[in-house]
Design a protein around this ligand. Structure first.
Ligand code: AMP
Length: 200
């Protein structure tokens, strides 16, 4: 069954392994939204083996965040593509309050704005379990245990101000990431069915 959702310009935030990528893809295909993952765009850049790709590879492999300017430019370009006009799910962007501010500026310059920011909440043990499974399947170098720890630390440091940013604008919705893929998808859909309440 295809449910109509009221919010179509969506940011999905979650710790590494929270299931954000899986849920973002599913949401995008179910509701004809563009799936915009800065992580995927950066991995494509790494594949290109350009000078910038080599630099990005080092940052990703060490679990660090890639510099704001590059990531903001990638996301802004992608948002200008026509498939994003129908709506989008931003997956892994913004990662910092500064990126969130820049995103708002980019959208405002095109007379647009976000509808909703979903925080997929999961506990630490579940994250480790999920990432271990993913590393077996996808062989991502940044899923190695030491890198995971670093990525979780980076998320914890950056997430609080980012979540606060969206909380202040009354865009933030908390969704439990525990449960099966279908259960979490249903939790997300429920939240997205609700129209945004306040205007920032
Ligand atoms: P992801 O696929 O979203 O888990 O991202 C994988 C890696 O790409 C992250 O650990 C970062 O190194 C980098 N990355 C992805 N999105 C961003 C972003 N918005 N800002 C900075 N670095 C990012």
């Amino acid at each position: 069954m295809n449910h109509k959702i009221a919010c179509r310009r969506i940011v999905l935030i979650g710790a590494p392994g929270a299931g954000k990528g899986t849920q973002a893809k599913r949401l995008a295909s179910t509701h004809q939204l563009a799936h915009i993952s800065t992580g995927e765009m950066l991995r494509a850049l790494v594949q290109s083996e350009s000078a910038i790709g080599i630099k990005v590879r080092a940052q990703i492999e060490s679990g660090k965040l890639v510099n704001d300017e590059l990531v903001i430019a990638l996301a802004a370009d992608r948002l200008r593509q026509s498939d994003a006009d129908r709506g989008y799910v931003l997956d892994g962007f913004p990662r910092t309050a500064y990126q969130a501010e820049m995103l708002d500026e980019t959208l405002a310059s095109a007379d647009s704005r976000l509808d909703c920011c979903i925080h997929l909440r999961v506990d630490c043990e579940m994250i480790i379990e999920r990432i271990s499974k993913r590393s077996e399947i996808e062989c991502r170098v940044d899923d190695l245990p030491a890198t995971i720890r670093h990525r979780l630390a980076v998320f914890e440091r950056e997430a609080a101000p980012l979540l606060e940013y969206y909380q202040r604008r009354d865009l933030l919705r908390e969704v439990s990431g525990a449960g099966s893929l279908e259960e979490v998808a249903a939790n997300i859909r429920r939240v997205l069915g609700q129209r945004r309440v306040a205007v920032s």
